[in-house]
Design a protein around this ligand. Sequence first.
Ligand SMILES: C=CC1=C(C)c2cc3[nH]c(cc4nc(cc5[nH]c(cc1n2)c(C)c5CCC(=O)O)C(CCC(=O)O)=C4C)c(C)c3C=C
Ligand SMILES: [Fe+2]
Length: 475
Amino acid sequence: MTGKDAPSAPEVSEARARASGGSGGDGGGLRAEASRGPRLGRRHVLVGLAGGGLALGCPMGAGAAQAPQSNPATDAPDGTGRGASRQPFHGLHQSGIVTPRPASGLMVAFDVVATSPADLETLLRRLTERIAFLTTGGPVETRDPRLPPVDSGLLGPVVAPDDLTVTVSLGASLFENRPWLGGLAPRRLTRMEAFPNDALEAGLCHGDLALQFCANLQDTNIHALRDILKSMPEFLVPRWMQEGSVPVVAHAPGAPKESARNFLGFRDGSANPDAGDEALMDRVVWVGEGAGEPGWATGGSYQAVRIIRNFVERWDRTPLREQQRIFGRQKDSGAPLDGRTEADLPDYAADPEGAVTPLASHIRRANPRTAEAARHLILRRPFNYSNGVTRSGQLDQGLLFIAYQADLEAGFISVQRALDGEPLEEYIKPVGGGYFYVLPGVRDSGDWLGRSLIDAVKQSQAQPSPTPGSHTQEG
Ligand SMILES: C=CC1=C(C)c2cc3[nH]c(cc4nc(cc5[nH]c(cc1n2)c(C)c5CCC(=O)O)C(CCC(=O)O)=C4C)c(C)c3C=C
Ligand SMILES: [Fe+2]
C-alpha cells in the first residue's frame, strides 16, 4: 500500500501548475476521441446473475437451508473474462458494486483541489468522459511525436475495456471543507473513527474522493488510473492507494460456483447477500428515495474501505481446529461447522451455547442470523493484497476489505462493533481505509457523475441565504 500525509500547500499549487499546461498535462485529445470515439458495440457482458434469491440473515430454519449457489460479487473469477468484454457504464447505479468481481482491484483515495462549484463540476464531467471511454475501449489518438503521447501506451494502441469498472465515491472531508456543499452531505457520511483493534496510519486513511478500479488485468487498472490523473492533474492529488487481487478458480460446468480464498486460506464471500437479487440489493445496498438522505443521493451507496493487515506467519502456525473455530467455517470446503457444503446455512438455533459454532466466531458475531441481524446486512467485495515485506521482516499481506450498504451505521459500523474483541483480532490489524459515498449512476450519454449534486448546489445558491442556525438538507 502506498500513502502519504495530506498535501501541503506547495503540493497543491504544484498540482494546479501541472494543470495549466505543463508538458505532460493535456489529455484533451483523448477526451475529444472519447466523445467522437470509435466505439465498440454497446454489448454488455454480464455474467452469472443466477441465484437462489434466498433472503439471508433471517432466523434460521432446520439444517438443509442453503445460500444461493452463485453470487457475482464474491464468486471466484473463472478467468473467462477477455480484454474485449465490458461492463455497462450507464445505469441507475454505478458499476463495480453488484458487478461480477474480476481478478484485480485497486482503491485510490484523493485530495480534491476544487474551490468552487464550477471546479467540482468540471472535475466530475471530465471523470465521466474518461471513465466512459476507458470502460468502452477503442483506439488511442496518435499525434505529432514531438509532443508527449496522448496515452501512456500501457495497453498498446487500442485500449481494451477488459471488464473495467471505475466506481466514484466522495468522502466526508469534501463536504466539510467547502461551505457551498454544506447541508448536502449524505446524512450518515462521517470520517472513519478508529475501532479498538485499529492501528490506523494517517497517510492511509480518508480522502475527499475515492476511485475503485476493477478489471481482469492489473495493467488495465493502472492504465485507467494514469489516464485519469493525466486528464485532471489540477483537481486530483493521490493520497493513498492499495492494489488487490482475487484468485482465479476454474469453474466446472454445472457445479456450484465457489468463493475465492483470502490470504488466511478460507473461502471469503460464502454468506454474502446475493448481488444478483435486485430486490435484496435495493434493500441492502442502494439508497432509495425516502431513506432520509438528500434527494441528490438517491441511487448511491455507502462504501466502507478497510486495509486490514493479516499476521500470516502467526496464522500459519495456528492449529487447523483453532483456525476453523475462529471463523466458524471449515477451511477446505468453506462449509459452516455444522454443514457439509459452502452453501449450507449454519443452524444457530440448534446450537444456542455455541458448542459447534463458537459464539465468538467471526461469522456468528458478524451475523447471528436473528431477525434483528437482517437489518445489518452488507455486501462485501474484498481483494487480497500483498505489499512485500515490513521493516521488521514480516510479510505485509492482508485484505482490502470493501463493503457496500444503504446505511453505514446499520451496516459496516454495527457489524464492526459486533466484531470488536473477536478472537480473529489476534491475527489482524486494520491500518487504513475510509468511508465514502458512491455517487448515483450515470443514466445516459447526456448525464454525468454527480450531476444531481451539482444541480442541488446550484439550487441552494439560488435561494436567499439561510438565517444563522438554519440549515438546508435538500438536494
Ligand atoms: C465489519 C465487517 C467485516 C470485517 C471488517 C471483516 C473482516 C474480515 N473477514 C475475513 C474473513 C471472513 N469473513 C467471513 C464472513 C463475514 N465477514 C463479515 C464481515 C466482516 N469481515 C460478514 C458480515 C460475514 C458473513 C457472516 C455470515 O453471514 O455468516 C468469512 C466466512 C465466509 C463468508 O461468508 O464470507 C471469512 C472467511 C477476514 C480475513 C477479515 C479481515 C482480515
Ligand atoms: Fe469477515
